[in-house]
Design a binder for this molecule. Sequence first.
Ligand SMILES: [Zn+2]
Length: 419
Amino acid sequence: MAAAVSWRLGKLDQDLIKITVIALIVTRLIPLPWPKRVPDRHIARRADYPDLHAMVDEIADALGARRPSQVCFAPVADSGTTRLGPRRSELWIGLPYAMGFERAELRAVIAFELAFLEAHRSWLLSALLEVWTSETRKKPAVRAELGAVAKALLTQADKVGCRVADPRTMANALLRGGLMSDSFTWFGGRYATDLPSYGLFPVDLYQGWRWKVNEDDLLGRIMPRYLELHTTQTLRGGFTIDRLAELGATLEHPPQPAENPILSALDPTVEARFARWLGNLLSNPSGVYWFVTFGEMPDAVWDELIGHLHDRVLQATAELVGRPNPTLTDLVEIVAGGRGTEIKWEHRDSLCAHSSAGVCALFPVLHRNLRLKGYRYTHALRQRQLVGPGGDRIDVVRLAQGIEHGDQLPEILAPTASS
Ligand SMILES: [Zn+2]
């Protein structure tokens, strides 16, 4: 964005072009489990979304950028632009973004994308981009060296973005955008990506994610791990932590659900089409035979998925204690002894909603044991909550947190006295 504006002011020199290209590469190189290219679209016609079009036009004019020829919604948690021809371009906004941002934050996002589109317009930049991309592919280490330069440019771009949004709003947009993207990826991984192997996929994927964000505090619950990961892996997400600090953001409180988004939902048929598209894409060749709602999903599927996690935790526990077939009691001893991080399994490498590695490890094992004791699910999308045969409710995450801090196992899970 900074480069685009400087270009218009006639200040762009060779160095800045190079820096811009680096920034483009760094920001677009972050690996995403979700597909980056977005073939499916829902065109936001001016007659149907007058507020959105008015916003895009106003921002383009304010930045002196060309207005995009069309505006679309896309099925991923991201935003971007596509050149359709020499004078035609498209701005696409991921459905989770359109639903999740406050209007003021969405302005900042649109400004960022339009500015990047301007930068892409130069043939010189495109040519350089190609060279750099091929170079980066050969030498991945180069990326890290370019980091400092890219960071400076991005920070500068954020400042220019403050032309259409104040710094606090800009910071909120950056944090919320990061949390939404990662929460959508997390949600997909936890509740959707494994389902095609059972021939299933949730047709209400977007409604489900929206429910987790708005009703189940998903952004707040993933934020501690999100900040931890971004602090230790600076290339992740384009230097988010440093940029937030530059903008003066306070990071104690996660963003609350948007009060006045420009869009609360798309037509259910469009959301279902997006879900089907993702489902088919995730199982290649398509193995999805039943598109059902989360409410219709059989409990056995969730048990199987949590069962896999259970098995991997116990495998890692066996490696740690040095003998096969460890029990829940062995695991409790490790976690309560403050050694949760020593359990080596892949789950903790990525984002999760748990407060610590110990809770992560305890969750699937406690969950499975409770299911075997007859505890039932209460909500397909809030699987940490189980209800017992006697009607007692257990929040498995809270239970794990208590155990980590020294609480005893509940009676129903306590090991039977051995003679
Ligand atoms: Zn976890």
